[in-house]
Design a protein around this ligand. Structure first.
Ligand SMILES: *Cc1c(COP(=O)(O)O)cnc(C)c1O
Length: 339
């Protein structure tokens, strides 16, 4: 199977498995796991943040991140299609009892003007605005990247009124290999960042939450309450460390593969629209829901998996288990489809 459903489907390589096998571990609830500590220190240092916390998933690190920033009854400003709102099971309501202010915006991004317009005045009728959260790259926005100047403006605006700024950076590394911004400079704009190790970086499990020492201390408390205090987690942390050290630069290959697939798809008559590829996500639109369903099914029969991404949309995601040959094979299968 050539599996384009998500960049989460990757399996650890032999080298990664060896790193896991050789990991030095301890009890991480006592903060005695050498490999977890090493991963957290490495990531904190990489982004120039004070501290990091190893979490079981991106949802967990986002939800902990939000919970530490926001009091019950506060309001989170984010894009209407953001992962923290749309794909985390209503976690903002469940875990934090907070309200959300959903903004529109091109390809999953929001602007400083819209943020400013949506900050509530200090009035008892309104929930106090407690957090702004951005996503980079954007998932629903088809892997789009923020203009760093816009991020700086949003950050300045938030800092001027002591409003925390969180980044859901599940695919932040994909953004950084494209815009080539120094990770420390990028991270300095945010109060907290969540990154996934289990997406394009190829680790089987894990995410990291980054922030100040005091913030991460609170986050550790929340993680324990959410049942996320793991014991000899170093075996999986070692995979994450291996991923951060070895699999960042190679994301460029996934981006190139995505562009090649985009070119192939753009030439097909039945493809009505291709969202311009920026990183590793390709979204196409076809003429009807029936056509979409039949394409997904036919491709599956031919050993190619992709996902439905809206009534007439299909998503393909490239990752380290997709080779140049896989892309070529996919394009030739696509060309042969009779729609
Ligand atoms: C995948 C993803 C996450 C985290 O997902 P998990 O499956 O919980 O690890 C968070 N944000 C975005 C934008 C994502 O794409």
């Amino acid at each position: 199977m050539i599996d384009y459903r998500s960049d989460t489907v990757t399996k650890p390589t032999k080298e990664m498995l060896e790193a896991m096998f050789n990991a030095k571990v301890g009890d991480d609830v006592y903060q005695e796991d050498t490999s977890v500590n090493e991963l957290q220190d490495f990531a904190a240092d990489f982004f120039g943040m004070e501290a990091a916390l190893f979490c079981s998933s991106g949802t967990q690190s986002n939800q902990i991140g939000i919970n530490v920033h926001v009091q019950r009854g506060g309001e989170v400003i984010c894009h209407e299609e953001s992962h923290i709102y749309k794909y985390e099971g209503g976690g903002i309501a469940r875990n934090t009892s907070a309200s959300v202010r959903l903004l529109k915006g091109e390809r999953g991004r929001i602007t400083v003007e819209d943020v400013i317009k949506n900050i509530n005045p200090d009035d008892i009728h309104f929930p106090p605005t407690a957090l702004v959260s951005l996503e980079d790259t954007t998932n629903r926005g088809g892997g789009a990247i923020y203009d760093f100047e816009e991020i700086k403006k949003i950050s300045q605006c938030c800092r001027s009124i002591n409003l925390p700024l969180h980044l859901d950076g599940a695919r932040l590394m994909n953004a950084l290999v494209v815009n080539k911004i120094n990770p420390k400079e990028y991270a300095s704009q945010f109060d907290s960042i969540s990154i996934c190790l289990s997406k394009g970086l190829g680790a089987p499990i894990g995410s990291l939450l980054l922030g100040t020492k005091a913030y991460i201390q609170q986050a550790r408390r929340v993680r324990k309450v959410m049942g996320g205090g793991m014991r000899q987690a170093g075996y999986i942390a070692a995979a994450g460390l291996y991923a951060l050290k070895n699999n960042v630069q190679r994301l460029e290959i996934d981006h190139q593969n995505a562009k090649t697939l985009e070119q192939g798809l753009s030439q097909l008559e039945w493809v009505k629209n291709v969202t311009p590829v920026v990183t590793n996500i390709i979204i196409i639109e076809v003429a009807s829901e029936e056509i979409k369903n039949s394409i997904i099914l036919t491709l599956k029969e031919k050993g190619i998996l992709c996902s439905s991404f809206g009534p007439m949309a299909i998503r393909f995601v490239t990752h380290l288990d997709i080779s140049v040959e896989d892309i070529e094979k996919t394009i030739s299968v696509l060309k042969g489809l009779e729609i």
